[in-house]
Design a protein around this ligand. Structure first.
Ligand SMILES: Cc1ncc(COP(=O)(O)O)c(C=O)c1O
Length: 401
């Protein structure tokens, strides 16, 4: 390309294989394309009520779920400011970049976070959480905050084990969980795991553009909100819950994104959540087989913590993950996730979540394998073949079931 010239048009559809925002299905795009309506009119109230009922099924809760016209970061803030007071202790786990950002937010809000470190190659250590709570005899820790699926590393925390550790320590702390990159991709149970606030976002498993985020709120969290003293206004659950009760919002909602959410919830329920989770798990397994066949290393070192929504891949010493991603973007029109924080340039991340099929995965892995060769990254060939073999055998097994 000559300098000063616009880049040449790339034929075919762009492969958006970052771990969110994800590909938005045409059905959702068509829904968003409808004319904006009066958000105080009767049609809107019916739309909201249907969405709020279906959202509960995805969060697996009977508790209220609220929707903010905001990115996931807003819902993080809402979870903290509605439940906590200045000076409250919060126990967090540095599982990666996003856990670090949440901790920095807690500090800025005047909370007192303590951080359990990890090597960014596994999820949070439930035993370490249990030990920290058991040592907190004065109950200074008011909340445990965990990122379910750490998007920077591809490591998932076992929330069932965290719940069990809190119970075993007999500690009254609230449990706040970020499911921004796991909701509607991986099994998640707000009620069964007795999570107090689940934080979600629109742009990943829910197959929507960015711009909506969620809090599912337990009765214990609602009770905490009555006495929590951090300043809050826009994020205040009380005004939101009161307005939602009749299908409305305390301020202008993201009307057209809500059309999209209505469609995406319908699609998830049509497919069946169990099938959605199985599809994600299968694509994750096929991807890991490809990575191993390439003789590259998976960032997640504990198979019990493998993520179904993305795989972070370490590049060999002396090679640049960012240079590889740049070649793949330029030559094959595919975006992969970059390394964040201490993983900058050391990993690339393959998103395999959202509206995603076997053939899209094969195309994605094909782009990575060609890119590894084109960028001169040392690897063995055969990753795509390993994924094909797994997908074909698994399909055959399914046909015989
Ligand atoms: C696990 C996790 N938490 C929080 C965030 C922040 O969300 P947002 O960028 O939508 O504000 C992200 C974004 O990717 C994420 O993956």
């Amino acid at each position: 390309m000559m300098s000063g010239q616009p880049p040449r048009r790339a034929a075919g559809r762009h492969f958006l294989q970052i771990p969110g925002p994800t590909n938005v299905p045409d059905r959702v795009l068509r829904a968003i394309d409808n004319p904006t309506i009066d958000h105080r009119g009767p049609d809107f109230g019916r739309l909201t009520r249907r969405i709020l009922a279906n959202l509960k099924l995805v969060f697996r809760t009977e508790a209220p779920v609220v929707i903010f016209p905001a990115s996931g970061t807003g819902a993080w803030e809402a979870a903290l400011v509605n439940t906590l007071s200045p000076g409250d202790g919060v126990l967090m786990c540095r599982t990666g970049w996003f856990a670090t950002l949440w901790q920095e937010m807690a500090l800025r809000l005047g909370l007192v976070p303590s951080f359990i470190e990890t090597d960014w190659r596994r999820g949070a250590d439930a035993a370490a959480i249990g030990a920290a709570l058991a040592a907190d005899r004065e109950h200074r820790i008011k909340a445990v905050c965990v990122v379910h699926n750490e998007t920077s590393t591809g490591c998932t925390t076992r929330i069932d084990e965290v719940r069990a550790a809190i119970d075993a320590a007999d500690h009254p702390a609230l449990l706040l969980v970020d499911t921004i990159s796991s909701l509607a991709s991986m099994d998640y149970r707000h009620d069964e795991w007795r999570v107090d606030v689940t934080v979600g976002g629109s742009q990943k498993g829910l197959m929507l553009p960015p711009g909506l985020s969620f809090n599912a709120i337990s009765a214990k969290a609602i009770a905490a909100a009555a006495t929590a003293a951090l300043p809050r206004s826009y994020w205040d659950w009380r005004a939101m819950l009161a307005a939602n009760a009749t299908g409305y919002f305390p301020y202008t909602p993201g009307t057209n994104l809500l059309y999209g959410l209505d469609a995406s919830l319908e699609m998830l329920l049509e497919e069946g959540l169990e099938n959605v989770f199985a599809r994600h798990a299968r694509h994750a397994e096929a991807t890991r087989r490809a990575v191993r066949a390439w003789a590259l290393e998976i960032q997640c070192a504990d198979p019990r913590h493998y993520s179904s929504s993305l795989t972070a891949v370490r590049v060999p010493q002396g090679t640049s993950a960012d240079a590889l991603r740049a070649v793949i973007l330029e030559k094959f029109n595919m975006s992969l996730g970059n390394g964040l924080g201490q993983l900058k340039d050391r990993v690339f991340r393959i998103g395999h979540l959202g509206d995603f099929s076997d053939l899209m995965l094969v195309g994605t892995l094909g782009g990575v394998e060609m890119g590894l060769t084109a960028a001169g990254v040392p690897h063995r060939p055969g990753g795509v073949q390993a994924a094909l073999d797994y997908l074909a055998a698994d399909t055959k097994k399914g046909a015989n079931r």
